[in-house]
Design a protein around this ligand. Structure first.
Ligand SMILES: [Zn+2]
Length: 504
């Protein structure tokens, strides 16, 4: 039977886990000294090794001959846990077992001593999916855990885990894996599997995987061939349609709204969801922007999904301010799309606005304004906004944009307006400390550099100020903003909103 690469190459010891040494070193020490906790909470984005480490820990604590804190992989306990024949170690996916009944059953079972091994271990994946009553039942066990019991909870959304649970767990934050680690591993796996993976293709896969080993290996699986080069990756993963996205962008930059909407609809009919079209368009805007503002150092941050000659051609049609405005509109559109009853109409409106942001296409702007929906979703969304953003929304409609309104247009990108809670906000230096390793080296350098970035903290929100267009190019990366939001929310235990603005 064919075994997926990411399963086959799942690390068998803590030492093989790449990029999370800050966690594996501590876990090994705990196993060595026998100083274990009753509850662990592993947090971090998908594919960074949470479940892998949970399984390794379950084996290590039960292993008969642990090697320096690593499971040996050969004793009956290691083998039995690995093949699932030892029922004292249970894995649950909270997404499908989220009811109170599941946790009650677990609670009854948890009281019994393990049968085959030393510790009864429950691994609960995506624990934030548990219902409130299930969380309460879980809390009852965590309050007085029997000696033989260990819980390992894993989540991608820490802020959805109740504080009462958090306070009873040892918490470990898994980092996004840097692309260079992913490339190294891809090349190693490919060599062992007899796949001729070129470095260029490995780089593209690593970028597409966005910090996740699992995604990287799954993508390599999809490309399966004797020789995997860049072209093979593009065709296997369906990126050939990126040429379509480039054609769409060209129509937008030339102000041809009719052609752009016709293309969006053609893509839609061929099965492409409008949200994913806009996402790819945003990646293209960002690539072009990087090419403009950081032609040398920006290269490593680009998506790599678009052909160079197309990028060069498109780059001649737009300047940096227009690309920034477009990227901003696309980010806002992504948020509107999530709430919209008619996603296709919302996407069409976005395209019309993007057309209109070019000089001399006032007609398209009028069409966009006339077709603007007055539904209540829009009103509800606006209720969360500050008055100053009203103007920002209209920026793309104006044919001539000055730099100041340009900056206003960027306020609110990636903002989370629905943050509830008591409005706590962590110290910036602790956010920076938590960000280390989650951003690329260049991004981290820029966000820490007072020449490039400043920050304003207010109740429940963080506003990052880009001090120049160069730093804005790096800081406008939605993944960067999401990482800041994640780090800040982890520190306060509740959702913190993060915005980017350009300081004049
Ligand atoms: Zn063992």
């Amino acid at each position: 039977m064919y075994q997926a690469l990411y399963r086959k190459w799942r690390p068998k010891t803590f030492d093989e886990v790449d990029g999370q040494e800050h966690i594996t070193e501590i876990l090994k020490k705990q196993v060595l000294l026998g100083r274990l906790s009753h509850a662990y909470l592993f947090t971090g984005t998908r594919g960074t090794g949470k479940t892998t480490c949970a399984k390794l820990l379950a084996r290590a604590v039960n292993c008969e001959n642990p090697v320096g804190g690593n499971p040996c992989g050969r004793c009956p306990a290691c083998v039995g846990i690995e093949n699932g024949s030892i029922l004292d170690v249970t894995e649950l996916d909270a997404a499908s077992n989220n009811g109170v009944e599941n946790v009650r059953l677990l609670r009854e079972e948890a009281g019994f001593s393990p049968v085959a091994v030393k510790k009864r271990v429950y691994i609960i994946d995506e624990v934030h999916m548990l219902s409130n009553s299930a969380f309460n039942a879980l809390l009852k066990i965590l309050e007085e855990p029997p000696e033989h019991l260990i819980f390992i909870l894993a989540t991608t959304e820490l802020h959805k885990v109740p504080a009462t649970i958090l306070s009873r767990c040892q918490r470990y934050s898994f980092r996004r894996i840097p692309p260079e680690n992913i490339i190294r591993r891809l090349l190693k796996v490919a060599e062992a599997e007899g796949i001729g993976l070129t470095e260029e293709a490995a780089l593209l896969l690593a970028r597409l995987a966005d910090g996740s080993f699992r995604d990287a290996l799954s993508l390599l699986d999809q490309c399966a061939a004797d020789v995997v080069d860049r072209e093979r990756v593009l065709s296997a993963i369906g990126l050939a349609e990126n040429d379509e996205i480039c054609a769409l962008m060209k129509e937008l930059l030339l102000g041809d709204g009719e052609a752009a909407i016709a293309r969006l609809n053609a893509l839609y009919r061929s099965g492409k969801e409008v949200g994913s079209t806009l996402n790819q368009l945003a990646a293209l805007y960002r690539d072009l922007l990087l090419l403009k503002i950081a032609p040398k150092s920006g290269g490593s941050l680009m998506s790599g999904a678009f052909a160079d000659f197309l990028l060069r051609e498109l780059g001649r049609l737009a300047d940096a301010p227009r690309l920034l405005a477009g990227l901003n509109e696309l980010q806002e559109a992504a948020q509107r799309l999530a709430r919209s009853a008619d996603r296709k109409l919302a996407a069409e409106l976005c395209l019309l606005k993007l057309c209109a942001s070019g000089a001399g296409s006032a007609a398209a702007a009028e069409i966009a304004a006339a077709r603007k929906p007055k539904g209540e979703t829009e009103t509800a969304a606006r209720a969360f906004e500050e008055p100053g953003e009203e103007r920002a929304r209209e920026v793309p409609l104006k044919a001539e944009i000055n730099t100041r309104s340009q900056a206003a247009g960027l306020a609110g990108s990636a903002a989370d307006k629905k943050s509830g809670g008591s409005g706590k906000v962590p110290e910036w230096k602790s956010v920076l400390a938590a960000l280390k390793g989650r951003l690329s080296d260049k991004e981290f350098e820029i966000i820490c550099d007072p020449q490039h970035a400043d920050v304003e903290l207010s109740q429940g929100s963080i506003k990052i100020l880009a001090l120049n267009y160069y730093s804005q190019g790096f800081l406008s990366n939605p993944q960067l903003l999401a990482a800041v939001k994640e780090a800040a929310s982890e520190l306060t235990g509740e959702a913190v909103s993060v915005k980017l603005d350009l300081k004049q």
